[in-house]
Design a protein around this ligand. Structure first.
Ligand code: GLY
Ligand code: MN
Ligand code: MN
Length: 439
């Protein structure tokens, strides 16, 4: 299931094909982050670094030098160390990086200041991700200055520095068959987790107890972590878009909004379901729920090659505006309401975002000033919502404090789109039926 060595090699080749002649790209790994004192957060590789080689250790630097006779793919990494490995786990070491990850050359990270300036020297252009990590920016300049210091002896420093992000991110936007297989599997694990949480839900539980059901299914499915902090918001907590406290009691008569997705082999899923804590939608909850579902369906219908990025969003806005007017939460003609964006207090986010190695994945949404056209292989979320603030005195009391989002993950296909998180019920009746079958 993992991405093959051949695919990583193809990605590097594609990137090198975009680089100017006589250039070098330098990409640092992520660093370990202290959680408290001598305990670290679980290590997560930098997405660009992972994309280009799949080598998931910290303290490493990946270097691509198109056309270099002695090898185009060079890695600096930690050396093997039996004592440290006894405590902290296996390291590939320079030899392992060549053997297992296809590097042409690999050196100890401790030697980078001595070796990398020699690799940069004579190259006209350096590509790197600028301004993301001040320390790395300084290191790049230190390596270049080491070359400048030897100019009188004939050393030639690079004259151009180019941001690497855009090139790598455009490649990442189009998912390969192997990436789609992984993302479908991440979607399936996430779907199982949502089903499990729905089945466990009942009044009186704490939000974190539903969260534990999700995390159980993620881990049991082989996804060792969530792709982002899970949101479990009962009642009006569902109106807080990034609510992560998850420590309130779930109350009879309220909805609960659950936004959670696993990360599998670095690929994210991102799914939201909203359902009644007691298993039965009230009349108002159902009316708003069906409206969000209708908006999602209209957005799905607008996803196909040739349509542009904003069409699904526009479709969701139209359906929500019409519905809010029909139900009396908005007053006036639909045309006038659309014109003044009257939906915004109820629907303040976009219908979706790119999805991949990052949950809010990379890739431009606009190209040369206009919305990007959708193409097969792009993966995105579709997540309309309605959030009626508890203090919104502009609407009847019965609507206040209802927060609903329905979110799925789709792949753009030749004909339209494929929903890869379809295994978790979405229709109100199906949700009620599943919850009625709780033990
Ligand atoms: N879970 C974050 C989002 O839906 O964008
Ligand atoms: Mn989400
Ligand atoms: Mn999302």
């Amino acid at each position: 299931m993992r991405i093959s060595k051949t695919e990583y090699a193809r990605r590097r080749r594609n990137l090198m094909g975009l680089m100017e002649a006589n250039s070098i790209a330098i990409i640092p790994s992520a660093r370990e982050q202290v959680r408290s004192r001598d305990t670290h957060f679980p290590f997560r590789q930098d997405s660009d670094f992972h994309y280009l080689c799949g080598f998931d250790e910290p303290d490493a630097v990946l270097v691509l030098i198109p056309g270099r006779k002695h090898g185009q793919f060079v890695v600096f990494c930690r050396e093997r160390d039996p004592e440290l490995e006894l405590w902290h786990g296996y390291r590939a070491g320079p030899e392992g990086v060549c053997a297992s990850y296809g590097a042409d050359d690999a050196f100890p990270i401790a030697d980078i200041d001595d070796i990398l300036p020699g690799l940069i020297e004579g190259r006209e252009r350096v590509y790197y991700s600028m301004g993301r990590r001040a320390e790395f920016d300084r290191q790049i300049m230190a390596w270049v200055n080491a070359i400048r210091a030897r100019e009188r002896s004939g050393a030639v420093p690079p004259g151009e520095f180019t941001d690497l992000d855009h090139m790598v991110h455009e490649l990442r936007l189009y998912k390969s068959a192997a990436e789609l297989r992984l993302m479908r599997r991440a979607g399936a694990i996430t779907a199982r987790a949502h089903v499990r949480a729905m089945q466990a839900c009942r009044p009186g539980l704490f939000e974190y107890q539903l969260e534990s059901e999700l995390l159980h299914e993620f881990t049991a499915g082989g996804a060792r972590s969530a792709a982002y902090p899970s949101i479990v918001g009962g009642g009006a907590n569902g109106c807080i878009l990034h609510y992560v406290d998850n420590d309130s009691r779930l109350r009879d008569g309220d909805l609960v909004l659950v936004d959670a997705g696993c990360e599998l082999e670095c690929y994210a899923s991102d799914v939201t379901r909203t359902y009644p804590v007691n298993g039965r939608f009230s009349r108002e909850q159902r009316a708003l729920y069906e409206l969000v579902l209708q908006a999602q369906s209209a957005a799905f219908d607008a996803i196909r090659p040739g349509n542009h990025w904003n069409q699904p969003h526009d479709a969701s806005v139209r359906v929500l505006t019409e519905g809010l007017a029909r139900l009396g939460l908005l007053k006036g003609s639909v045309a006038a309401l659309l014109k003044k964006e009257a939906y915004r207090p109820f629907y303040m986010h976009r219908v979706g975002h790119w999805l991949g190695l990052d949950v809010h994945d990379v890739g431009d949404y606009r190209v040369e000033g206009t919305w990007r056209l959708l193409e097969p292989g792009m993966v995105m979320t579709v997540e309309p919502g309605i959030y009626v603030a508890p203090d919104n005195t502009g609407v009847a009391k019965k609507w206040r404090g209802i927060g609903i989002r329905i979110e799925d993950n789709v792949v753009v296909t030749e004909q339209g789109c494929e929903i890869i998180t379809d295994e978790v019920p979405r229709a109100a009746d199906e949700i009620e039926a599943l919850m009625a079958a709780r033990s």
